[in-house]
Design a protein around this ligand. Sequence first.
Ligand code: PMV
Length: 313
Amino acid sequence: MKPVNAIAYANIALVKYWGKACVNKNIPQTGSLSLTLNAFYTKTTITLSSKDRFVLNGIEQYSDRLNKVISFLSLVRPKGLFCEVVSENFVPTESGLASSASGFAALACAVDKFFKLKLSRQSLSKLACFGSGSASRSIFPGLVLMNSDGYSRKIINTLDLSVVVVECGIGKKVINSRSAMSITSLTSPYHNAWISNHFIDLKSAKQAIVTNDFDKLGKITERSALRMHANLMAADPGLWYFKPLSLKIMSHARKLRNEGLVGYFTLDAGPHVKVICESKNSNIWKVELEKIPDIIQITVSKLGPGAYCEYGN
Ligand code: PMV
């Protein structure tokens, strides 16, 4: 079997999911809507080996990270075969910039070709979901809808969108999203309200896309992020991912919007703030946000392609 190499791009949810309907099968409690980004991605190569190995960014991985890859491989490979998986993240790892989405989407794409599974794109998205819920969406390009069954599909969209990603810290997130979701759904008195409002947000966001209404989509995006974080804060113990710098950027983004620069922020399981805007405004956003001290890096991302194999069998 020849090595297979796959690439998948990270995605940022406009309408987030937060909570699992089935922890064992990693099924999300709700659907979600996202943008696949061209600036952040993972490259993964899979080859046969005498034992299972996972190398990430040149470093051999053990325990949790290796076990996740082994569980994923076990879903699809014939018994008795072992694999070496070598990945390179062109996105900060486990920091709230969707490296697990690009990582598991790339792995799903690679195993599909390596083991000649010939899965449809939709089945590939379902497979990716076993690794990470958000990975399901990274199988597809641009604007993507994931259903609560873990299957995703591309949504036709004529808005020309960009995402200005403002990195507000370095290192791993304070708590992984799977554990944080479990604590939130078990202990937050806001969780049921989050779930019921989520359905309304997702429906309204789909309408906004059909009518090309960027303002409406942006308002829902901001609301979805803030409600998700409010739900986390109401958990026991209360959890939060943002830093003082994240709050500063969110406030500044609102101020700029009030002054006429249209864009809406979101943030995920990490301190980084992402401003969704129309592409014509993305460089102005970058220039304006760069004026805030202590930012690690600002990247303007256009919409990215779906996962694909570069070479292989
Ligand atoms: O599926 P995970 O473990 O990558 O969690 C995704 C969590 C959020 O990014 C906060 C929300 C989302 O829909 O992407």
